[in-house]
Ligand binder design. Structure first.
Ligand code: PXP
Length: 245
């Protein structure tokens, strides 16, 4: 059994800080705790409106992290320039709309293929591993392949938001099909969005998934049990689910 990796998105530690304009809670402190609790990577999304993570956070995190920094970002010249400057190990291109509460869908790679391919190549030249966050759709995976990325992240939001058991089964099946298709095409396949301790198991069981990226569910749970415990619980749930797959 290949052990699935857990990337922890710490954006919402910064969301809480920004809500009051204080210096705390500090996402840098979160990195120490999250990594010590067993996270395999740290994810941050530098949004255009800077609603949570700030440049300063990223630069401090880069200096102290002992795992791997995954910078999520929109496909804009400003963000590409920033990534080229700071050179995180990994960048994940995501769609971004100012008014959205969170990343609401995958990138439409098909619709902007040449622009995205060019962006991926700019980062690849800097030695950055690039992934594309896409919906579980075969034509989007094929477009990602044409962009020559080594990694994709499948958006699990539709699965997580399903309102009925039937809808959840349908969305889970779409994720499974997409993951298997991408894996057979030699892509490294990550997944994430909307996962929490009640719904992560079915996704973690998909043996071809390399890494799960989880933010809101872990940070929300940490309010009650503490951040270290929330990360450990999630890691255990993921490993237990995978060992039964
Ligand atoms: N993966 C990507 C590409 C994302 O944009 C996000 C949200 O920032 C996540 C995973 C994590 O989603 P959630 O916070 O719902 O766990």
């Amino acid at each position: 059994m290949k052990r699935p990796l857990l990337g922890v998105n710490i954006d919402h530690v910064a969301t809480l800080r920004q809500a009051r304009g204080t210096r705390y809670p500090d996402p840098v402190e979160a990195v120490f705790i999250v990594e010590h609790a067993g996270a395999d990577g740290i994810t941050v999304h530098l949004r255009e409106d800077r609603r949570h993570i700030q440049e300063r956070d990223i630069e401090l995190i880069q200096a102290i992290s002992v795992t791997r920094l995954n910078l999520e970002m929109a496909v804009t010249d400003a963000m590409i320039c920033y990534a080229e400057k700071i050179k995180p190990e990994h960048c994940c291109f995501v769609p971004e709309k100012r008014e959205e509460l969170t990343t609401e869908g995958g990138l439409d790679v098909l619709a902007q293929e040449s622009r995205i391919k060019e962006a991926c190549q700019s980062l690849k030249k800097e030695g950055i591993e690039v992934s594309l966050f896409i919906d579980p759709e075969i034509n989007q995976i094929e477009a990602a392949q044409r962009c020559e990325v080594p990694v994709i992240e499948i958006h699990t939001g539709a699965y997580a938001d399903a309102q009925t058991e039937r809808e959840r089964e349908y969305e889970l099946h779409r994720v499974i099909k997409a993951v298997q298709f991408a894996h057979q095409a030699s892509l490294i396949v990550n997944a994430g969005h909307g996962l929490h301790d009640q719904n992560v198991q079915a996704i973690a069981r998909i043996s071809e998934i390399n890494e799960l990226n989880i933010g809101h569910g872990i940070i929300a749970r940490s309010i009650f049990v503490g951040l270290s415990q929330a990360v450990r619980e999630m890691k255990n749930l993921i490993l237990a689910a995978r060992s039964h797959s």
